[in-house]
Design a protein around this ligand. Structure first.
Ligand code: PLP
Ligand code: COI
Length: 346
């Protein structure tokens, strides 16, 4: 294996060594298997192939300043996967099994765990997919749960700099009363084409409004939205956004920094009033936005409105402080007073 350049890692499906997996069938999970075979065998009629019965999680393991290895809030991801699995009518591993398999995945891929000092982590991808062969549209208690991982640096290619986003007038992410707040793979399928169109026009992110009335800000395709004004951290309250663990953590961090936190619907017009705005999530960490445009038709030229937060493209003071504190806790540079870092015994 060639040596990994820890400082230039992006966010890619890196081919690591071990995948950890278990199969739920006949009412029980099979003994957990650590395998170096990087493939799954599926029945052509498997639920996942036809009906997208699949969900996933994303969480990170860090090597801290003192050499400890920790996973950031894994119990939150375990609970969120259970919520999504229930939505899809799937069996789901217990919190204990979820965390143990994440730990086993780290242990089976230690050479890919970035050392301290490179702003990099080991991204863990727990995946749950329905494998029962069927045609009927009914749940069936059979699934594979697997945890894979990849060394990860910056999602957008650079840490903590501003990017631009576009609000597409002709694409929605999730239906009202639909799957928006669950981490189902199908939610992401709906964003591939608009992402390509946005990227081709120089935008990094897609910001979606609430699909019914399109009056409120929901979230980015990859992450939650937050805005900053008057020393307040403001983030959408919506049934259609994924309950982000990073966002939940940032709300606490913002309070620790003396900010007021508001979780409420954010009318589109309010974007004009924010001093800073950004995306937050495990992959994107905190990504400040310099500008967000509205395009009624994503593929056409016309921009009907632009919200400019950082005219000079600099990172604002609040985003900077939030980023420093969150990543400081993750890397063990700042005391973990909230008990978020789960130590892995190697
Ligand atoms: N929103 C969406 C659509 C996501 O895919 C993610 C990533 O997981 C998030 C928000 C952020 O969630 P978290 O902070 O738990 O990673
Ligand atoms: C994560 O942040 O863990 C995600 O799952 C985002 C990914 C869909 C880009």
């Amino acid at each position: 294996m060639s040596k990994i350049d820890w400082d230039s890692l992006g966010f890619d499906a890196y081919r690591t060594r071990t995948v950890v997996k278990s199969h739920f069938k006949d009412g029980a999970w099979s003994p957990v298997e650590s395998t170096e075979t990087f493939s799954f065998t599926l029945d052509p009629f498997a639920q996942v192939n036809h009906y997208a019965i699949s969900c996933f999680e994303g969480l990170k393991a860090f090597t801290q300043k003192d050499g400890k290895v920790v996973i950031f809030r894994p119990e939150e991801n375990a609970r969120r996967m259970k919520r999504t699995a229930d939505y899809l009518g799937m069996p789901c591993p217990s919190e204990e099994m979820f965390i143990k398999m994440c730990e086993d995945c780290i242990k089976g891929n230690l050479e890919f765990l970035p050392p301290y000092g490179h702003k990099a982590s080991l991204y863990l991808r727990p995946l749950l997919f329905g494998v029962h062969p069927q045609m009927q549209l009914v749940p069936y208690p059979e699934a594979v749960f697997a945890v894979m991982c990849a060394p990860a640096g910056s999602y957008y290619g650079e840490h903590l700099r501003t990017f631009t986003a576009v609000i597409p007038g002709d694409f929605d992410r999730a239906a009202p009363h639909g799957s928006g707040s669950y981490k189902v793979g199908a939610n992401y399928a709906a964003t591939f084409r608009p992402y390509k169109m946005a990227h081709d026009q120089g935008y990094t992110e897609l910001l979606f409004l609430n699909s019914g009335t399109r009056e409120f800000v929901d979230e980015f395709g990859s992450s939650n939205f937050f805005g900053i004004k008057d020393n307040k951290y403001i983030t959408p309250l919506s049934d259609s956004v994924l309950p982000s663990i990073t966002n939940k953590s940032l709300q606490t961090v913002a309070e620790d920094l003396g900010m007021t936190v508001e979780k409420r619907p954010i009318p589109l017009d309010e974007l004009d009033t924010f001093e800073e705005a950004g995306a937050c999530g495990t992959a994107v960490v905190i990504t400040p936005m310099a500008r967000i445009d509205i395009k009624p038709v994503l593929g056409a030229e016309e921009v009907t409105r632009s919200f400019v937060f950082r005219p000079d493209n600099t990172v604002g003071p609040a985003c900077n402080a939030l980023y420093k504190r969150l990543t400081g806790i993750q890397f063990g540079e700042i005391e973990d007073t909230h008990g978020w870092c789960h130590k892995v015994d190697l």
